[in-house]
Design a protein around this ligand. Structure first.
Ligand code: TXA
Ligand code: MG
Length: 318
């Protein structure tokens, strides 16, 4: 049983409230946690993981009430959390319209992945920070999930502000991810909670949504794409286009939102989904012919931004 050091928990909570990154132990694997309501803090997660793309992240809470503030719970979802929370079960649910979570956390999707971890240290940190925490596994992208503080240190080194020691993860496998669609449960990722246990509670078979690439279910989701046509690598917008700028932008173009006027990629990532959505709405309202997106350098988080831009543009053509 992990010993809870109150001073450490308090320090972790302060770092998180200030937008920092803390590696936290959970019963499945260690998570790289940040304030899920803070776009910049969430952008730092992607940066630290060296993720070439924005996959949606799991948001960690300590209670069903806290989860209900972010997502719509169907009776099936209620039944599952009553049976398995806290524990290694993540539910993907429709995001509430009034949710304060960062759009980057759900990669612009209309759904949100929620989980209440059982580890006492994870719970203590969430309570102390009084925040929902976004936390993917605390490893660099493509590396194995960490099950000890030493693994985290090895993989992420100094990019994380603090690593909380909660011993070796008891389960050692990521949580099972189920998408709830009304009264239908779809397995997106097998994990620490056996499917048989889930099916025992719901009284029927779950659908398999994973397929071959189960290690990255997020990639199979239809990601957010604007309804307006998207023109990439636009040095300059046409007069009847909305403009997603990056760096210095023409001051006289009325329908511009700048990802980062100073050319900061972390700021750009933090703004990305919110700006794209806002411009899409603007294009519809003003009857513009589309959205022009300025070139973004493919370094650091720029790679993930370009990945999303390319896919958003392709989805439009498809
Ligand atoms: O055990 C775990 O689940 C650990 C601990 C730290 O809680 N976390 C974890 O997070 O494994 P991560 O980011 O490595 O995996 C989250 C998976 C991603 O593959 C992502 O695609 C999927 O969850 N996911 C998150 N939100 C989703 C959504 N709205 N729709 C579909 N898939 C989603
Ligand atoms: Mg992972």
């Amino acid at each position: 049983m992990a010993i809870i050091d109150r001073t450490e928990i308090k320090r972790a909570a302060e770092i998180l409230r200030a937008g920092g990154l803390v590696a936290i132990p959970t019963e499945t694997v260690y998570g790289l946690a940040a304030d899920a309501t803070n776009d910049k803090a969430v952008a730092r997660i992607f940066e630290a993981k060296g993720r070439p793309r924005f996959n949606p992240l799991i948001v960690h809470v300590t209670s069903v009430e806290a989860a209900r503030a972010q997502a719509d719970f169907s009776p099936l979802a209620e039944k599952l959390v009553q049976a398995f929370w806290p524990g290694p079960l993540t539910l993907v649910l429709p995001r509430r319209g009034d949710s304060k979570l960062s759009l980057l956390v759900s990669a612009g999707l209309d759904t949100i992945a929620l989980r209440a971890p059982a580890h006492p240290i994870a719970r203590a940190v969430i309570e102390a920070a009084r925040l929902p925490l976004a936390a993917p596994s605390a490893n660099r992208s493509g590396a194995l999930s960490p099950t000890s503080p030493a693994h985290v240190k090895e993989s992420l080194g100094d990019t994380v502000d603090m690593i909380l020691d909660g011993g070796t993860s008891a389960i050692g496998l990521e949580s099972t991810i189920l998408k709830i669609d009304g009264d239908e449960a779809v397995l997106l990722r097998p994990g620490g909670l056996a499917l048989a246990d889930i099916e025992g509670v719901i009284g029927k078979k779950a659908k398999r949504g994973g397929g071959a690439k189960i290690e990255a279910p997020g990639m199979m989701e239809s990601h957010y794409a604007p309804r307006a046509p998207l023109r990439l690598n636009a040095e300059k917008p046409e007069s009847d286009e909305a403009f997603l700028a990056f760096g210095p932008a023409p001051l006289d173009h009325p329908h511009t939102l700048n990802l980062s006027a100073k050319g900061d990629l972390r700021e750009a990532a933090a703004n990305f989904f919110a700006h794209l959505r806002a411009l899409d709405a603007l294009a519809r309202e003003k009857k513009l012919k589309g959205i022009a997106a300025a070139p973004v350098p493919s370094e650091g988080l720029g790679e993930a931004i370009n990945d999303r831009l390319t896919r958003a543009a392709a989805a439009k053509r498809a």
